[in-house]
Ligand binder design. Structure first.
Ligand SMILES: [Zn+2]
Ligand SMILES: [Zn+2]
Length: 88
């Protein structure tokens, strides 16, 4: 059952909408998630459909194969994505 979820950063500059197939969430304890959030784990919900960004996030490379969106104004981490070859 798909439903639309919205979210964003602390200061409100970056907002998004995304369709989620289920509300199953998981914690990732890998070293890069610990560094990305400053905590012991990062919480994620897997999404299949593209995220509709209502305010463009900033991106940084967290590893050679992945990058993470964040807000450069308030510093909120906004997720994780594998790099696609088409996006350079
Ligand atoms: Zn922000
Ligand atoms: Zn991780």
């Amino acid at each position: 059952m798909a439903e639309t979820m919205t979210g964003g950063c602390q200061c409100g500059r970056v907002r998004y909408e995304v369709e989620i197939a289920s509300d199953d969430a998981y914690l990732c304890h890998c070293r890069m998630c610990q560094k990305a959030t400053g905590g012991i784990a990062a919480a994620f919900v897997q999404v299949e459909s593209p995220i509709n960004w209502l305010g463009e996030p900033d991106w940084y490379d967290s590893s050679p194969v992945a990058h993470r969106p964040f807000c450069s104004t308030c510093g909120t981490p906004l997720g994780f994505a594998w790099k696609t070859t088409s996006k350079g």
